[in-house]
Design a protein. Structure first.
Lengths: 470, 269, 255
């Protein structure tokens, strides 16, 4: 970590803020009409059902109201958002060398191919709306694991599987931005892990939004079949523009009987991004979903990964950290529905607010009548780094059976002066001491991430903490 | 007859949960109680829930202390509603002791503003609900002054098809440096058919504060039942004792000895 | 030897599907004090739990008789009402029920008779004094916020007030400072004054035994009683530890 104080103000995001002139081949008109949706559908060569699905979603989108309970999305002018941007590449590339140079440079800077070479089983990278690069290690492919882009999968041998799962967990009627997603979704990944297969090394995807005023609407569909295991990592970033960007992606995860899936995310969208992402998992009997989630970027976030524990003994573990700095209003948390007997959930989150940032932890734990014998524990801690920021905790619990065991704890506070003094007495500067304490506070997440991601996350915290002391 | 949204909390949760306020048709009658406490005045008020909607406003001057004991009894009225608004000046204290011993529908909406520095608010809520009883409450502590303190403690028992919804909010406004708020909830579920909803909210716009929340919601725990069993208390008796303990814990805190003893006797029977 | 009070025959006990006791037999006569010593993990607490009927242990073989009656199908409270008592290593905190009210209710349940509050309170005060506990403990919620030492004393207090026929003390001395051990011993001696009262003292520390009358000592290692004898076993353990009692086969293999 360079300790250069002179460009603290500007450097803090420079690593992620580089961009290239967008020489886009094609942009659709601003605003959303039936014609635009049909045009997108034609361009994508959608099957008929998908074209119908998009049009139906558009109607729902127009009919639904904006959410009234979260952070303001007034800065988002839907009519001026170019909903579909396709970078200058023709088709998917399976060799890194074939990806166009400017896109390649972007991903090289983000370290994507390196990490693939080092430890990841497969990498898919999404640049704006199209998936530009995709590869799965041979040994993973040999287990029958499918990792491809959703659009080509929709026309291949998994067509029926996709049709029966696509937006079944998150229907377009879920909320306005789910409907928008259903209408304009583009790109994203499809992963299928066959029964009993176990992917030891993580699969990774990386999303990057490069065009100004653009939307990214990727769809991730993962099916982990009976007794199979997978770790999937997604990373997101975007350079900074003055125009608002929108990310309304959708993640649907199906975890089969006795299967397990770990879904890790490090989100570092630039601070003009409206991140209205919807993530949901359905877990069958004896299955397990683990969410690891780091939210650092975005101007506004609404993000509450939901776990539906549908089968007996299904489990959910959610570990998250949210860091809201200047100009950020990050409303994050999770939702858990205990829908079957003897299901368990554990939630452990941390949030940090600084320089006027607003972080809100919002959660819902619902234990239905069918979930006798279920257990849930939620623990959320918040750290206020100054007195101009804000940190709210809004956890809801709805227990509809008498045979349940629910625990919840929340704590909010500041960095203790004693801890800072202790570290300074061992020779650390005050700034480093505070950064170290904040990194330690976020350790619940960093210790769950693969090393290179943990390092990146700690770098993000350091960058955010730099210049924190006036 | 007027329809009102009662118990609307400061912060909204997800709209699909429908926990952000309840629409209720309130009785026409209004019983108003407005108290103005002079500096260092100490007063205890006992309020029994009745047919009319009870509207309590209290303005506590410097160093004043108000203790409000409000009791909801089984047969009082099918629906009762009480709204409590209290403002505390410097070093003023408001203590609310709330007992809900039954009743078809009970609504409470209590908002306390800690304006003066070193002012304090405590709420001790105890409920015992059975049959079709329901209790819907909102309790907010708004910290404005420096070094203000709040504590909201709720403990209760739900049997049969009883239902309870508690929204507790600790709201640290900017400038309330040195303040602390603590909310604890303990709900005992005696039957499969009960329903418990809780939203323990902490809002915070100040760095130098300590906010805490803890909730345990569940059946009588096996460990306690076994422990009590080793002393010869059988399971049914142990469950009854654990249930009574929830309400007793609140009664024990009532400062007025006569009232305390009387309530103890009443709840034992 | 006194007339038989408790007899455990060839007990096999499991917890979470793991067998912990592999055939333990024990016979305690009326008025006798037995000691069980053994290293950590030997199964001492498991034995105590199995005798008391802790639902987290499963007795997979063998039988337990108390006053000639088989205990197998009896719950903990039924065993307690027949005169068994267990002092817990780490008793659970029960908010909302005061220590005094709890013991009174337990006694009332056992006898089926109402107990006069004032007379009982006097009795409680006396025992609190014996145990050098502040009088306020009577009013405090059962074990809530008690320190480790206070919890142990509160257990002994309950033993003295409930007056069981057999009290099992599970590591009642662990984690106590010298003064507290002395106070607790005082309480146990008080209990021994009743010549028909029996004790089963589980410990891995000899200090608490110094001032107690002891009739028999058993060494429990790896889920089996590997040695039984009189008081003389105590200094043997103090000097040489438990190693010489543990798994003789392993010792041979090592030799």
């Amino acid at each position: 970590m360079k300790q250069d104080k002179t460009y603290v103000e500007d450097v803090n995001r420079a690593f992620y803020d580089f961009r290239y002139e967008d020489g886009d081949s094609y942009k659709v008109e601003s605003g959303l009409t039936r014609e635009i949706i049909e045009q997108i559908s034609r361009e994508k060569n959608d099957p008929d059902w998908m074209r119908e699905f998009r049009l139906r979603s558009l109607e729902i989108f127009h009919a639904m109201k904006m959410p009234v309970w979260g952070p303001s999305v007034e800065g988002l002018d839907m009519d001026n958002i170019v909903t579909y941007v396709r970078p200058n590449t023709e088709r998917m590339h399976t060799k890194w060398e074939d990806v166009p140079q400017n896109i390649k440079d972007t991903f090289e800077r983000l370290g994507i191919p390196q990490s693939e070479r080092e430890s990841l089983a497969g990498v898919g990278a999404q640049y704006d709306s199209e998936l530009v690069y995709h590869n799965v290690r041979k040994e993973v492919a040999e287990q029958g694991v499918v990792y491809t882009d959703l659009e080509s999968a929709m026309r291949g041998e998994y067509a029926d599987m996709i049709r029966s799962h696509f937006m079944k967990l998150v229907p377009p009627t879920d909320h306005k931005f789910a409907a928008l997603h259903g209408a304009v979704w583009s790109g994203g990944s499809f992963v299928y892990v066959p029964p009993g297969a176990s992917v030891e090394i993580p699969l990774q995807s990386y999303f990057r939004l490069n065009a100004a005023g653009a939307g990214q609407f990727e769809h991730t569909l993962i099916i982990v079949d009976k007794g199979a295991h997978l770790h999937f990592i997604e990373g997101c970033s975007a350079p900074k523009y003055n125009v608002a960007n929108l990310h309304a992606g959708c993640v649907e995860l199906y975890v089969g009987e006795d299967a397990s899936l770990r879904y890790s995310t490090i989100e570092n969208w630039s601070k003009n991004m409206y991140n209205l992402n919807t993530k949901r998992a359905r877990v069958e009997k004896g299955g397990r979903i683990e969410w690891v989630s780091g939210s650092f970027g975005s101007h506004v976030s609404y993000l509450y990964p939901m776990s539906i524990l549908a089968g007996e003994g299904a489990q959910c573990e959610f570990t998250g950290v949210t860091f809201a700095g200047e100009g950020q209003d990050l409303d994050t948390g999770c939702k858990i529905v205990h829908g079957a007997p003897d299901t368990t959930s554990h939630v452990n989150t941390r949030s940090i607010s600084k320089s006027g940032g607003v972080s809100t932890f919002r959660s819902a734990v619902v234990v239905t009548e069918k979930a006798a014998g279920s257990k849930s524990s939620v623990s959320c801690q918040s750290l206020m780094l100054d007195d101009i920021s804000r940190s709210d905790t809004i956890p809801a619990m709805d227990v509809r059976t008498g045979r349940a065991d629910i625990g919840h704890e929340a704590r909010i506070g500041r960095i203790s002066d004693e801890a800072v003094f202790y570290l300074m007495s061992r020779g650390l500067s005050e700034e480093d001491a505070r950064a170290l304490i904040v990194s330690g506070f976020a350790e619940n997440v960093s210790k769950e991430l693969p090393l290179e991601y943990a390092v990146e996350m700690n770098n993000l915290i350091r960058i955010e903490m730099k210049g924190a002391i006036g | 007859m007027s329809k009102e949204i009662v118990c609307r909390p400061l912060a909204e949760t997800f709209s699909w949960l429908r926990m952000g306020g309840t629409e209720v048709t309130l009785p026409d009658g209004r019983r108003e109680l407005a108290c103005r406490l002079t500096p260092h005045e100490n007063r205890t008020v006992v309020l029994e829930d009745a047919e009319e909607a009870a509207l309590v406003t209290a303005d506590l001057a410097e160093g004043a202390c108000l203790q409000l004991v409000s009791i909801r009894r089984e047969g009082a009225a099918p629906l009762t509603y009480s709204r409590i608004r209290v403002r505390c000046a410097e070093r003023a204290e408001f203590h609310w002791y709330r007992l809900v011993l039954g009743g078809q529908e009970t609504y409470d909406d209590c908002v306390v503003t800690l304006e003066g520095k070193n002012s304090a608010f405590t709420a001790d809520i105890g409920y015992r609900l059975q049959g079709e009883d329901s209790y819907d409450a909102n309790c907010e502590a708004i910290h404005l002054g420096r070094r203000t303190d709040s504590r909201i403690t709720a403990s209760g028992v739900l049997s049969d098809r009883a239902r309870k919804l508690l929204r507790g909010t600790i709201d640290f406004r900017r400038g309330c440096a040195g303040s602390a708020g603590k909310e604890t909830e303990d709900v005992l579920l005696m039957d499969e058919t009960v329903r418990n909803q809780s939203i323990p909210v902490i809002l915070c716009a100040e760095e130098d504060v300590a906010g805490d929340h803890g909730a345990t919601i569940g059946q009588p725990d096996e460990e306690s039942l076994y422990y009590m069993g080793t002393r010869g208390v059988d399971e049914a008796a142990a469950r009854t004792m654990l249930a009574e303990a929830r309400v007793d814990a609140v009664i024990c805190r009532i400062p007025d000895a006569d009232l305390r003893e009387a309530l103890m006797k009443e709840t034992e029977a | 030897m006194g007339t038989e009070l408790l007899r455990a025959e060839d007990l096999y006990v499991s917890a979470e599907d793991r067998e912990i006791l592999h055939g333990v037999s024990l016979r305690i006569g009326r008025g006798e004090t037995h000691v069980i010593m053994g290293p950590n993990g030997a199964g001492k607490s498991t034995l105590a739990g199995a005798l008391m009927g802790d639902p987290s242990y499963e007795v997979t073989g063998g039988r337990i008789f108390f006053e000639g009656e088989e205990l197998q199908d009896l719950s903990a409270s039924e065993r307690a009402r027949r005169g068994l008592f267990l002092s817990f290593q780490n008793p659970v905190e029960v908010p909302g029920i005061s220590l005094e009210n709890f013991i009174r209710s337990a006694l009332e349940q056992r006898t089926g008779k109402k107990i006069r509050i004032w007379e009982f309170r006097k009795q409680v005060r006396k025992v609190l004094e014996t145990l050098q506990m502040d009088q306020s403990y009577a009013e405090r919620d059962l074990n809530v916020g008690f320190s480790g030492g206070e919890k142990k004393k509160a257990e002994i207090l309950q033993m003295l007030l409930l007056g069981p026929a057999l009290a099992i003390l599970d590591e009642t001395d662990s984690g106590l400072d010298v003064d507290a051990v002395r106070t607790v011993s005082q309480g146990i001696r008080e209990f021994q004054k009743d010549k028909s009262a029996s004790l089963l003292v589980i410990t891995h520390n000899a200090a608490i035994l110094n001032s107690l009358e002891v009739d028999a000592v058993h060494i429990l290692a790896d889920g089996r009683i590997v040695a039984s004898g009189g008081r003389e076993l105590i200094p043997a353990v103090e000097e040489e530890g438990f190693a010489r009692f543990e798994d003789p086969q392993r010792e041979e293999a090592g030799a």
